[in-house]
Design a protein around this ligand. Structure first.
Ligand code: NPQ
Ligand code: MG
Length: 358
């Protein structure tokens, strides 16, 4: 479906608490939203990039230009994307166009994806804390709320003691850790000390391009390895599985360049019998809706990073996503992604806006 108009918006939302990972601390979430219109219908998509290129090489100022000057004009002309790379920017546009089409057809994204559940199990991702009591309090909060897994961000110097404290306080809780690529192959012996804590997995211990490094590490530690940043496509995922560089896959639609690539990854991971879950990038309700639909697919075997909107934001720009007492979240049932920005909340969050010309 060829769009008649495309609008870009940059939104900025304060985080309830600073979120610290091995690549930095964020106290505000900034995202580009794409709005595509045709025949009186509109579709929305969200770019997962952050303010700075810290998680991956994409960042909002760059994504804005590639959307404005390349991706959106090509879509308005009815042409395929001419662009290499920029998967998060491309995903924002792809989702907006798909949302538009599915709304016109009256089909939900979840049913388009072949989703098999109407609720999904939620997990929480906890940032690095200087005060160990803060980390324990955060872990307690989410476990009490029924979240099905708690993931602790780690980095060299903020790892074993933090994990030990949480494991001691919650001997049976499903726990994992995420290093966001902060370790090196020489840290294998150190990472093997995580084996004592019965973690579900260690996520992305080494830099993204260390495919063989992860395969070697997997032979040297007992904790299963889950890959995130490394898995940029279906091809990369198939190679990681074949090399046994990971035994668990984190799927993020923006990291892999869209819904179509996500479905390919879902299908090949499921076929391989490897565990799969849906990651998150602190999305607004627009991106969160996509994650929840993906998390409802049959190959998703572990709880995702799909937390309630209020885990990150005092106020979302859509109706907030809530988690029930048993740690579950409803999959939107309406057409397309099933949510739209609430105009007053969208206006309040918008810091920049542009209408793209063909
Ligand atoms: C991960 N997400 O799994 C990412 C990392 C992450 C929920 O842990 C702004 C934009 C802030 C993107 C913080 C979670 C971010 C971000 C963390 C991504 O590795
Ligand atoms: Mg991660």
């Amino acid at each position: 479906m060829r769009p008649e108009r495309i609008e870009l918006r940059l939104v900025r939302m304060p985080l309830r608490r600073p979120f610290r990972t091995s690549f930095g601390s964020q106290d505000v979430k900034e995202a580009i939203l794409v709005r595509a219109q045709a025949g009186g219908i509109e579709g929305w998509g969200e770019c997962a990039a952050g303010r700075r290129p810290l998680y991956s090489g994409e960042w909002n100022a760059g994504a804005w230009i590639v959307l404005r000057d390349e991706l959106a004009p090509a879509a308005l002309r009815g042409e395929p994307s001419p662009v290499k790379g920029h998967p998060m920017a491309a995903t924002a546009l792809e989702v907006a166009l798909l949302d538009l089409r599915l709304r016109a057809e009256g089909v939900s994204l979840a049913s388009h994806l072949g989703a098999v559940r109407d609720t999904v199990a939620c997990g929480a991702s906890l940032g690095i804390e200087d005060d160990p009591d803060e980390l324990l309090a955060e872990a307690a909060l989410f476990l009490e709320r029924g979240y099905h897994r708690v993931k602790l961000k780690i980095e060299p110097g903020n790892d074993l003691e933090a994990v030990r404290a949480v494991r001691t306080a919650f001997p049976d809780a499903p726990l994992s850790v995420d290093a966001n690529a902060a370790y090196r192959p020489a840290d294998a012996e150190h990472l093997a000390e995580l084996d004592a804590f019965g973690l579900e997995y260690v996520e992305q211990p080494l830099p993204a391009d260390h495919l063989l490094g992860h395969a070697d590490l997997a032979e040297r530690i007992g904790t299963p390895i889950c890959l995130d940043e490394t898995l940029t496509s279906a091809a990369a995922t198939a190679e990681a599985i074949r090399l046994e560089a990971c035994s668990i896959v984190n799927l993020k639609v923006g990291r892999v360049g869209g819904i179509e690539e996500s479905v390919r990854i879902h299908d090949l991971v499921r076929e391989a019998g490897v565990d799969l879950w849906c990651g998150g990038m602190l999305e607004t309700g627009i991106g969160r809706a996509v994650n929840v639909a993906l998390a409802a697919m049959p190959g998703m075997t572990l709880p995702g990073d799909t937390s309630a909107s209020d885990r990150y934001f005092a106020e979302d720009i859509t109706e907030p996503f809530m988690v029930t007492a048993d740690g579950m979240m409803r999959v939107p049932e309406g057409p397309g992604i099933g949510v739209t920005p609430i105009p007053a909340l969208l206006e309040r969050a918008t810091v920049e806006r542009t209408e793209v010309g063909p």
